[in-house]
Design a protein around this ligand. Sequence first.
Ligand SMILES: Nc1ncnc2c1ncn2[C@@H]1O[C@H](COP(=O)(O)OP(=O)(O)OP(=O)(O)O)[C@@H](O)[C@H]1O
Ligand SMILES: [Mg+2]
Length: 253
Amino acid sequence: MAIKIAIANQKGGVGKTTTAICLAQELRRREYNVLIIDSDAQCNSTSFYEAKTEDQETLLDIFCADEPGRNCVQHTEKGDIIASDPQLKDAETMVKVDERRFSHLKRSCRELENEYDYIIVDTPPAIGVALKNVLAYVDYIVIPVEESGWSMAGLMDFAKAIDMARDNNEKLKVAGILIVKTKPNTKKSERMKDLADTLGTALDTKTFETKIRESSACAEALTEYCIPLHEYAPHATTTRDYDSFIDELLEVI
Ligand SMILES: Nc1ncnc2c1ncn2[C@@H]1O[C@H](COP(=O)(O)OP(=O)(O)OP(=O)(O)O)[C@@H](O)[C@H]1O
Ligand SMILES: [Mg+2]
């Protein structure tokens, strides 16, 4: 049975997509069977995988037409993906308001769980119908945070959403808080580690020992050239950080 992990934080631009892609790509490099699901209307993971959003079943069809997950999987050179769709920005009005509103993903993708070792879900920066479907579906959440007070503040609201999701998904666990885009050994970095630890206690989780350092190679590889970080810059600090974060993650889950 696949282990399902969402990379989520209601705040935008905190490295969710970067972390989801690096995690999926590295697990694949370690020869696991991996599926990534893009649940963000911005379609950033979908673009990285060069997946189609037209003439192709996507997450939109799962949310609006109960399309079986299997029909939505695209096999690309970078791995398997269920693509998002830009129309998902209107998901709040498009997804029917009924008792199944937050369980479309869970029901459509159940049968896929026997085919993968890991299912990684990239998520949107808002607590809406898409993220609620994800929280009802996954086993674990990894929460990337930047070293800024704002991203920490939003976490308490997110913690409430996670608690509510447990009504229908009681096994849902926060695997850990991942500090990203860090500039190490600064005073701020020390302070934020303390704050992250405090929030970790509130979320009944811990902060990963590994922090992901900022590097130009990371942004270039993923957003400019759409190349997995390991291929583009195998020795970059960020590449090594993601490797050791994944070692840690695999021990927790
Ligand atoms: N370790 C890093 N070093 C340098 N740049 C990074 C790093 N991690 C992420 N970035 C850059 O930060 C920006 C935001 O990252 P990303 O798109 O992964 O965030 P996100 O949380 O998915 O954003 P959104 O909420 O809009 O979906 C991107 O330009 C990305 O390339
Ligand atoms: Mg993103």
